[in-house]
Design a binder for this molecule. Sequence first.
Ligand SMILES: [Zn+2]
Length: 343
Amino acid sequence: MAPSDPASRAEPSTTDRNVKHVVLGDLLFPTWYQSIYPEDLVSKDTDRLYVCRWCFRYSCDSHAYAQHTRLCQHRTTPPGTKVYDHGGYSVWELDGEYHKLYAQNLSLFAKLFLDHKSVFFDVVSFLYYLLVFTNPQDSDNYYILGFFSKEKLSWDANNLACILVFPPYQRKQLGKLLMGVSYKISSWERDSGLIGGPERPLSELGRRSYTRFWEERIARYLLLQPKSPKHSKRKQSHELMTVQDIGLATGMLTEDVITALKGLGVVEPVTLAKKRKTRDSSGEAGSFEDAATVSIRKSKVLEWAKSHHMVLEDPVRNEGFLGKWAPRESIEENNINSDSEDG
Ligand SMILES: [Zn+2]
């Protein structure tokens, strides 16, 4: 499973798209897939569909669109609650039940660039997370760059249902930012948190994006994790961990950890003698000799990180999370310093 295969890149098919282009704010770009806009409002052969960049209302009529953008109720601030804010990028959470029309219009727009057939009608059981950029020099003006959705109650522990960075904003690592936020919000770090991953099956593009994201996540973990105290006094420079340990530490499913480790290409077989030497004296993790024990050199991970131009620092910053997702210390600070509102 090679992580990248340029030939399978989802190419826009030009024949069956009933909406050929969209105008989003002042950007004009082609669509990728068949739309599911109501046919009485958006005819089968629409060259340009005008979509409000703040609320995703749409019109085929440029005058109606221009009129709307002067009055749009969301022109100064996105709907929902801000849950993350760092470096000009913020993430806003909104509930499909309380922002039904907004969620429907966002979903209709997203469908132009996603090949999914379902999930676009039942907005009530989903939460939506908008990725917003605000230029600090122009703080009243904001841009929605993409979003992900998440089922409120996922029996499969999916931390994400759909993800899209709008085409003009793609190839800026923003998908990784959203994926990172989705893992954080799946709250595996909290007491009742779940380890999860994106809803399957993934599209080809989704699989490649996730594989890369997981590789970087694991590489970062292996390179940056603090050495556990129980190993610090040992002479050996190695540490024994299971794939499940890595999954627990990163909030990732075992299968995704394995995908990432394979993709990184840093896994080496270990000889039996070496295995005995590295075996944890507590024996708590069971018989490692039965399981496939492998070795990973940090230097190889670092090599991978360099050759893939990976930024070592996680683009998703803990201190960027707000409200119920804020790091514990800053919640305490807020409670001391201000009348905090619970949400
Ligand atoms: Zn609007």
